[in-house]
Design a protein around this ligand. Structure first.
Ligand code: SAJ
Length: 404
C-alpha cells in the first residue's frame, strides 16, 4: 500500500479488526497495528485469526484492494483509534496498561488537528488521563488535538451488522472533539450518533453491561428462592412478565463472556462504597455457578443412596451462552470442571454440540449422553437440547430452563 493511511487502528482483535475492515470498505486507508506478529501476518495474507461471520470476506477484500494493511508498529495518519483489551490485575482492578502503551506508541506521530479516539472499555477518566499523558510528552500540541471516547456495543456473532447499524455514544474531552469524532464515525455508521462528554461515554459502556448483570442477578436470586420454596422459577417469571411493566430476565448457571461479567468491576473498583447493588449482582451471579456445581454433587450422593450404585452423569453444554462455540469465561465450563474435580469413579458424559473436540474434556454426542446418563445436567440452552426425549426415570437438573 503506497497510499498514506488516514486511520491507524491499534489492536486488531474482536472489535478492532471488524472496525478496521469496515472503515477500509469505505475506501479509507487503514493501517492496523497489533503486537502479535502472527496476527499481522495472517491479516496481510487476507485471512483472519478470529471467528466472526462475514469478517473473512471483509478483510480479504480490504487487503486485496489495498485499503487495509497490518504491521506491528504505527505510522503517521490523521485519526488514531485505540481498540486494545483492558484486562484485570490483582483482585478485579482494571488494567489500562495496554491503552497506555498504545497511546505512548502513537504519541510521537501526532500532529495538530489529529483525532485520537479510545474505544476500549475503560474506567471513568481514562480518556482525560491519556490526553494528559500525550500532552506531557508533546506539550506543543496542547489543545490542538481532538480527543474522544466511543465505546462499541456489538454482539459477538453479529458484529459486521451491528457495527454499522447500532447507535453509538460519542464523548469528546470538549465540544469540538465530540463533533470531530461524530464526523469521523458518520462516514461508515448508519445508527444514530449520540453526543456527550468523555466521562459519560466511558460510564455509559460500563452501565449498559452492569444493568444487564444486575437484572440477571435478580433472576438468579429468584431461582435460588424458588428452589427452596418449591416453585418453578420459569413459570413464575413468565407469569410475572404478564404485568405490563415487569420484564424479568432468565436465570442461568451464572454469567459469562468477556463483557457483562467483567465491566461491572470497572465501576466497583473505583466506587466501592457507592456501587452496592452492582457489586452484589456480581457476587450473586458468581455464586449461582458454585451453587449449580453443589447441586450436582448433592444429586449424585442422593442417587447413590437411593439406588446403591454410582450414577452416570451428562453435563449438557460448556459455552458461555446458547448456540455459540465460545468457551472463554464460561460458567458452564467452570461448573463442569468443578463437578469433575469431585468425581469419584462415576461415568461422565460431557456435551458441547458447537465444538468438535476439546483439549481437556472428552466430548460425547448429546443423544448418546442423554440415553446413557442417570443424571442429566442442563447448563446451556443450546437448540439441540430442546425437545429431547428423556426417559421418566432420569434425574434432570435444569439450570437454564430447557425443559421449562
Ligand atoms: N444470561 C443469563 N440470563 C439472561 C441473559 C443472559 O443468564 O436472561 C447470561 C448468558 O448465558 C451469558 C451472559 O449472561 O452467560 C452474557 O450473555 P449476553 O448474550 O447477554 O451478552 P454478551 O456478553 O454476549 O454481550 C454483551 C452485550 N451487552 C448487553 O446486552 C448489555 C453486547 O451488546 C455488548 O456489546 C457486549 O456484552 C460487550 O462487548 O460489552
Amino acid at each position: 500500500m503506497d497510499n498514506k493511511p488516514s486511520v491507524v487502528m491499534v489492536g486488531l482483535g474482536y472489535i478492532g479488526l471488524p472496525t478496521a475492515a469496515l472503515i477500509a470498505q469505505n475506501k479509507t486507508y487503514v493501517h492496523g497495528v497489533d503486537i502479535n506478529p502472527n496476527v499481522v501476518e495472517t491479516i496481510n495474507a487476507g485471512k483472519i485469526h478470529i471467528i466472526e461471520p462475514e469478517l473473512d470476506d471483509a478483510v480479504a477484500n480490504a487487503v486485496k484492494n489495498g485499503y487495509l494493511k497490518a504491521a506491528t508498529s504505527p505510522v503517521e495518519a490523521n485519526t488514531y483509534l485505540i481498540v486494545v483489551p483492558t484486562p484485570f490485575k490483582g483482585k478485579n482492578e482494571p488494567d489500562i496498561s495496554f491503552v497506555e502503551s498504545a497511546t505512548k506508541a502513537i504519541t510521537p506521530l501526532l500532529k495538530e488537528d489529529d483525532l485520537y479516539i479510545i474505544e476500549s472499555t475503560s474506567p471513568i477518566g481514562t480518556t482525560e488521563k491519556m490526553m494528559d499523558l500525550i500532552y506531557s510528552h508533546r506539550p506543543e500540541l496542547k489543545e490542538k488535538l481532538y480527543v474522544a471516547y466511543c465505546p462499541e456495543r456489538v454482539l459477538p456473532g453479529n458484529v459486521m451488522y451491528e457495527l454499522v447499524h447500532n447507535d453509538r455514544v460519542i464523548g469528546g474531552i470538549n465540544e469540538e472533539s465530540t463533533v470531530k469524532a461524530v464526523e469521523f464515525y458518520r462516514q461508515f455508521i448508519h445508527g444514530d450518533l449520540h453526543k456527550t462528554n468523555a466521562r459519560t461515554a466511558e460510564m455509559c459502556k460500563l452501565v449498559e453491561n452492569s444493568s444487564r448483570d444486575v437484572q440477571i442477578a435478580f433472576a438468579n436470586e429468584l431461582s435460588l428462592i424458588c428452589d427452596k420454596a418449591d416453585i418453578n422459577v420459569w413459570e413464575l417469571i413468565a407469569l410475572a412478565n404478564k404485568h405490563p411493566r415487569v420484564n424479568i430476565l432468565q436465570p442461568g448457571c451464572g454469567v459469562g463472556g468477556h463483557c457483562i461479567a467483567v465491566d461491572p468491576y470497572f465501576i466497583v473498583a473505583d466506587y466501592p462504597m457507592e456501587s452496592q447493588i452492582i457489586g452484589k449482582a456480581r457476587e450473586i451471579n458468581n455464586y449461582k455457578s458454585f451453587w449449580c456445581a453443589e447441586k450436582v454433587q448433592n444429586s449424585k450422593l442422593k442417587y447413590e443412596l437411593k439406588h446403591g450404585r454410582k450414577p452416570a452423569i451428562a453435563i449438557m453444554g460448556l459455552a458461555f451462552k446458547p448456540d455459540i462455540d465460545d468457551l472463554r469465561e464460561s460458567p458452564a465450563k467452570y461448573i463442569a470442571q468443578k463437578v469433575l474435580q469431585n468425581a469419584n469413579n462415576e461415568e461422565y458424559y460431557i456435551v458441547e454440540p458447537n465444538i468438535e473436540t476439546h483439549s481437556v474434556f472428552k466430548l460425547t454426542n448429546y443423544q448418546e449422553a442423554v440415553e446413557k446418563a442417570d443424571i442429566i445436567v442442563f447448563l446451556v440452552g443450546h437448540k439441540e437440547f430442546k425437545n429431547l426425549d428423556i426417559a421418566e426415570n432420569k434425574v434432570v437438573l435444569d439450570f437454564c430452563g430447557i425443559a421449562k
